[in-house]
Design a protein around this ligand. Structure first.
Ligand SMILES: Cc1cc2nc3c(=O)[nH]c(=O)nc-3n(C[C@H](O)[C@H](O)[C@H](O)COP(=O)(O)OP(=O)(O)OC[C@H]3O[C@@H](n4cnc5c(N)ncnc54)[C@H](O)[C@@H]3O)c2cc1C
Length: 389
């Protein structure tokens, strides 16, 4: 057995959007940082995401544009800079599925909501769309609602993960498993074929999504729950006849009842359905969820027939920092637990914010870039597949 030791500044466990964004930022700042991933990059949430770079509209609609939600409002511009090759990470090669998305209601909105949309908080971020400029999906006489446009981009998640990982390939490793000694939060041992690596780090950062809690308990003896899961059953349908469409459909209230994004599967267009429909359909079998989604779409687009299309659903869980009332955290979460950092972006859009917080915390903890470490000889990791592939 060949034994190797290596000392890093930071070891990140998990290469979803959170871990990959962080790795790019840390290496720019000359930190000796690596990612270890036990599956594929983005397996779990990132590859299942709808790819919307949210700007916190939901919080504004709820009249709750707090300081933290204001930080989310800044995210689309920060991502747009990167997508134009002028931001903190060069994402100019990432496939942008759309530069904007729509917000629409099936009936005329109440005058209260119309006044709110025209008000100061939202005016700069949301534009009314006139009937002659409706997207193809809504361009029908039977449609009698209101349509708005939001300047929030939608990304191909696989393309994003590829372009975040490509420049850092020598520092991202696939490991089937690793050994953690409870009580030692700065060391990981990897045994692969005839090699044994003992890796130490000034800081180990857990970015493993829903596996963060289990990982934490491997390092530290604790029964405390730091994480909550938000399960979803996402319906998806595909056909050559579906128009490309990115939109939130408002229900009676202010919460989007359905968020539709469009993706590509061979020569068909896939509609991937999130929002209330996915959240409320977690306890019913797949065929019932498909039926429910068909009815919901039929009510929104009565002029289309969805029953003959191909359907499927995906069960997936969002991982977030535990909240007292299981509400959704309004920003990215970083917890410092003994020697470890535990991180969830809450939304893909907030990965840049999470990286800022982690870098600030490293500086507070006096963890600075150290001497150069040679890349390890371990397998590289590929990006996970998309739900409709
Ligand atoms: C259906 C759905 C739709 C969404 N849509 C959007 C959206 O439109 N916009 C938005 O902003 N957000 C969206 N989100 C939220 C967003 O996807 C997540 O907040 C974000 O992807 C989380 O990234 P992550 O890197 O923390 O976790 P993940 O993407 O789950 O990545 C975890 C990584 O850790 C690895 N891993 C797992 N266990 C271990 C281990 N033991 N050791 C090492 N590595 C491990 C995995 O292989 C994976 O690479 C959506 C989420 C879901 C589920």
């Amino acid at each position: 057995m060949i034994k190797n030791n290596a000392q890093f500044d930071v070891i990140i466990l998990g290469g979803g959007v959170a871990g990959l964004w962080l790795l790019n930022r840390l290496r720019q700042q000359h930190y000796q940082a690596i990612i270890l991933d036990t599956h594929h990059l983005g397996a779990g949430q990132s590859c299942a995401a709808q790819g919307i770079v949210h700007g916190g509209l939901k919080y504004s609609l709820q009249g709750n544009l707090s300081t933290s939600a204001q930080a989310i409002a800044d995210m689309p511009q920060r991502w747009k800079d990167c997508l134009q090759g002028q931001g903190e990470i060069d994402l100019s090669q990432v496939q942008q599925l759309s530069e904007k998305q729509y917000l629409f209601s099936t009936q005329q909105l109440s005058s209260k909501l119309l006044t709110f949309f025209a008000g100061k908080t939202l005016k700069a971020r949301i534009q009314i769309v006139e009937r002659n400029a409706y997207p193809k999906a809504l361009d029908n006489k039977a449609f009698q609602g209101n349509v708005y446009q939001l300047p929030e981009p939608v990304l191909n998640m696989q393309s994003l993960l590829r372009h975040l990982s490509q420049p850092q390939k020598p520092f991202i490793y696939q490991v089937d498993e690793y050994n953690i000694e409870q009580g030692n939060s700065q060391q990981i041992v990897i045994t692969q074929k005839d090699k044994c690596y003992t890796l130490t780090a000034k800081k180990i950062i857990l970015c493993a999504g829903k596996n963060n809690q289990t990982l934490l308990q491997q390092f530290i003896a604790t029964k405390k729950q730091y994480m909550q899961l938000r399960p979803l059953q996402m319906p998806m349908l595909w056909s050559k006849d579906l128009p490309v469409f990115y939109a939130h459909c408002l229900g009676k209230g202010i919460n989007p009842r359905m968020t539709i994004t469009s993706h590509y599967r061979e020569d068909a267009i896939v509609w991937y359905l999130g929002g209330e429909i996915a959240e409320q359909g977690v306890n019913i079998p797949k065929n019932q969820q498909i039926e429910k989604a068909q009815q919901a779409l039929q009510a929104i687009f009565p002029w289309r027939d969805f029953s003959s299309m191909q359907w499927r659903t995906l069960f997936v869980e969002r991982a977030e920092e535990k909240q007292l009332l299981h509400t959704r955290p309004s920003t990215a979460s970083l917890l410092v637990i003994e020697h470890l950092y535990l991180a969830w972006p809450t939304k893909m859009a907030m990965a840049p914010l999470l990286a800022d917080r982690i870098i600030e915390q490293l500086q507070k903890d006096d963890i600075n870039p150290g001497n150069k470490v040679q890349p390890l000889v371990l397998d590289s990791v590929s990006v996970a597949s998309l739900p409709w592939e």
